[in-house]
Design a binder for this molecule. Sequence first.
Ligand SMILES: [Zn+2]
Length: 295
Amino acid sequence: MKRREFVKYLSYSLPLFSCGCSLHLPSFFQKPIENKEVSHLEDIGSAALDNTDKVLDAGNDITKKSLNFNENFADDIYCKGQDAILLEQVLAKFRAVQRYVGNGNFNLLGMDEFFMYSRSAARIEAVTREEKDFIERLFYFDARSYGFHGEKNFTSLTQNISKKTTVKVPYTGHFLRKGPSLDAYNKIRKDVGDSIILTSGVRALAKQFHLFLEKTHQSEGNLSKASRSLAPPGYSFHGQNDFDIGKVGFGLNNFNENFAATREFQILRDLGYVDIRYEEMNSLGVRYEPWHIKI
Ligand SMILES: [Zn+2]
């Protein structure tokens, strides 16, 4: 992170967590972070990189936020001060562990395993007590406070996904649950053709944490804005049976409204597959996700 950006972090005005302690700058911030990697294309998208200073007011109109998910709103909640520093530290460790275990395996990693790898893997610094507290506070924080009104699926930080209930989908790097998810995916491929592909399947807590922290980082600490594009850890239906699909070769367009204009999406809709979890005008405070298959 460049010093200019870091100073911007410290100037956030809306607190999420109380802080008050003096700031100690770890060596982490004294040089730019090299790793800008988001390992492969996933639904955190890239549009949030175009941050503007525009601030909207939605009042009680949640749909306005869903439609303008990528804008800043007056009542958005930010990660600030020491928590902004912790966010960057923790994010670096999620990136490192994902690199260490591989993108595919990382999808199924529970938080206990994440902590274990952070302790035991070479060249990854163990998660500190303070960082763990930050992770716990983020997990147990009521996401409705920052405008996300979806359901919580994981109630405990140590809740895992049984690997035995999943199967790796060839050529995708992702996993699906055996049963209804795998059946639905195979049927979609049969009906629509090979041009449709799984872009994200089952995601355990470490993966959802990583995606959410990346999105918050892209959103300059704006947790509310991040949650309009991505369910906070514990709230994702990727922890259950839902999955994302895209058009082969369509890149990040698979995670914006352009996907809804593809032939593949039209076929899916005509065949009755489309039962959208996050509708265009939803009151959950989440953007429209035509690529997300609800099971
Ligand atoms: Zn999804």
